[in-house]
Design a protein around this ligand. Structure first.
Ligand code: MTE
Length: 444
């Protein structure tokens, strides 16, 4: 492949669902939506299927001729000491939302959920949310201090922490502000922007309970203050209940050390709890007997209710699901079979059932769940659908192990109003128009 074949900067290829098209290098909008060829099922694929079923495809050079990569030497192993995605995947990137103010440091970049498979987010595509930019800390100089209501304040080095007994567990991380723009009528175009402050990873580290035991924490203490080492003074109150349950002081993500954007070398993992409490670049844990009411829990991450009161310390991410394909910005090219797929999760436990509707919630049918279905982790679901060219309203709704059922937007708004920024777990609607275009609509 010569450098001439590489996509130009700013002229990246369409979403990967189009990779069977021979014309790979096409310009698309900077938000990952190809306005000319957004096919989920391209004609080349149709031709291949026809060939498999016995039809003669005399003109398909991709089948009739031996491609150059079958006639030449491949690249040496040393060419890629740390593996990178194919050059044909350069469009699969984190993106900043068109609906939010974009600043360099206090910012957010969203995971391209529309391009993901399964339940694990590749570390390089994990969404990132920083209040003061990200830092790359020398692990030899990083320390974790545990103080406050403890018998013996302790300071750990990374080496000491990594010698302790460890656990590896899969959990989702969702920002409390995920889906914030859907409170209003802004209806951003793609699932990357509506739900992309969501990722799923395997996290490795030391159980927080073990570290607290080691410091001899006061058994009457009810709270912890977690503090990050970045310039944002990120400090959050953690309930002792969550801390002692399944929280991890993590250094590993998907089998390797955390990425700097995710808090290298140490972050707090508080399964099921909103992302802001997963303090990155973790340097201090203080055991205390009352909530700390820090700036990030007194003025931010509170929900403004219709009566003007603020809901505070709403830590748990309630059950939620979203269809990731077909989803906003994509286009169905042909009538026929589609695999409706998406993700479901619950901060209170396990997904027990996902239902899918193609008529805006009038009729529901049960989706297939990919296993394993794990507590406080993303679950991938699928539903078969034959599209006949009609206008369709695609929705998914999740049930969790507490019996909770994800609400329709109108039901959530009836209780919460529209002035919250945070904790929007309403059912998402994607409209498939008769020309196959899919867009984001709000019902009710
Ligand atoms: N920790 C520190 N120290 N500084 C931060 O800016 N952002 C928080 C949280 N932990 C933040 C932090 C927020 S708001 C979220 S949603 C998650 O980290 C995002 O984690 P991620 O960037 O790994 O996706």
């Amino acid at each position: 492949m010569s450098s001439d074949d590489l996509p130009d900067q700013g002229k990246i290829r369409p979403a990967p669902e189009s990779f069977l098209d021979s014309d790979l290098i096409e310009s698309i909008s900077r938000h990952g939506v190809d306005h000319r060829r957004r096919g989920l099922l391209q004609s080349a694929f149709g031709a291949a299927v026809a060939a498999m079923s016995g039809a003669v495809v005399a003109s398909d050079q991709d089948i009739l001729t031996l491609p150059e990569w079958s006639r030449t030497l491949g690249k040496p192993v040393a060419a890629n000491p740390y593996g990178q995605p194919s050059i044909y995947e350069q469009n699969i990137i984190r993106r900043q939302s068109p609906g939010l103010t974009q600043t360099d440091q206090a910012s957010v970049a969203f995971t391209p959920l529309q391009n993901m498979f399964g339940m694990i987010t590749p570390s390089g595509l994990h969404f990132e949310r920083h209040h003061q930019g990200w830092v790359d800390i020398d692990p030899r100089r990083h320390r974790l201090m545990i103080n406050g209501l403890v018998e013996k304040p302790i300071v750990f080095t990374m080496e000491e922490l990594m010698r302790m007994p460890s656990v590896s567990r899969l959990h989702f991380l969702e920002c409390g502000a995920n889906t914030a723009l859907e409170w209003g009528n802004s209806a951003v175009p793609t699932v990357q922007y509506t739900h992309g402050m969501l990722s799923g990873s395997e996290w490795t580290g030391v159980p927080l309970s073990l570290l607290l035991e080691r410091a001899g924490y006061d058994k009457g203490a009810k709270y912890l203050l977690a503090e990050g080492a970045d310039g944002s003074s990120m400090t959050r109150t953690i309930n002792m209940e969550n801390a002692l349950d399944d929280a991890i002081v993590a250094y590993g993500q998907n089998g390797e050390m955390l990425r700097p954007e995710q808090g290298y070398p140490l972050r707090l993992v508080v399964p099921g709890v909103q992302g802001v409490s997963w303090v990155k670049w973790l340097r201090r844990l203080e055991v205390g007997d009352m909530p700390y009411a820090t700036k990030d829990e007194a003025s931010h991450y509170v929900d403004l209710m219709p009566d003007g009161q603020q809901r505070q310390y709403t830590a748990i991410q309630e059950a939620k699901s979203v269809i990731t394909a077909p989803s906003g910005g994509q286009k169905l090219q042909n009538r026929g079979y589609y695999n409706i797929t998406g993700l479901a999760w619950s901060g209170r436990g396990t997904v027990t059932k996902v239902e899918v509707s193609v008529d805006g919630g009038r009729n529901w049918r049960e989706a297939r769940l990919d296993g394993p279905v794990l507590p406080k982790m993303l679950t991938r679901f699928h539903a078969d659908w034959v599209w006949q060219g009609e206008t369709a309203l695609l929705q998914s709704r999740v049930h969790d192990s507490t019996g909770y059922i994800q609400p329709q937007r109108a039901d959530l708004v009836a209780v919460r109003g529209t002035r919250s920024i945070y904790h929007n777990n309403a059912i998402q609607t994607w409209r498939v128009k008769s020309d196959g275009e899919v867009d984001n609509v709000q019902l009710g």
